[in-house]
Write a new protein. Sequence first.
Length: 179
Amino acid sequence: MKPIGPMMWEHRLIEKMLRVFEGEIRKINDSNKLDTVFIDTVVDFIRTYADRTHHGKEEDILFRDLAKKELSAEHIRIMNELIGEHEYSRETVRKLIEAKERYLKGENTAPEVIAYLKELARFYPLHIQKEDKHFFYPVMEYFKKEEQDEMLAEFYEFDRNMIHEKYRKVVDQIEAQSK
Ligand SMILES: [Fe+2]
Ligand SMILES: [Fe+2]
């Protein structure tokens, strides 16, 4: 299997999560109230799965190795766009969290939260499409079969560490809060 296989499966799960946003946006619109547990779940999914686990493999492994190759101008351009889009998604999630925090303090930030959820649901599928249709397959050509096998193994190792990193963070956070 090529290393882009697992990356594309991860895209499918991210798309599935983004499709849930639609119903949730309708609920917020109708009630003008936030389900903060839903927002926390979305934030955790995006931060831990989409960003740390998925973008982590793209940036720390795939893009790192691509940067060592003689890439075409087109592929350099797309890779830089993808990095910028990852940053944009982080920024949007930061704003979403911040709006949720203000909601908990009594401010009506429901319209802002809707706007950030809508933005993520609009922009992220385009990012995925760019990778699936215009980047992942052609850039595999820069790697020999052995390099692709090594990359896949490194992806698995990266994933293996994620669950430990995630729960170390959970314990650190809960420990800090309990002091
Ligand atoms: Fe990406
Ligand atoms: Fe991706």
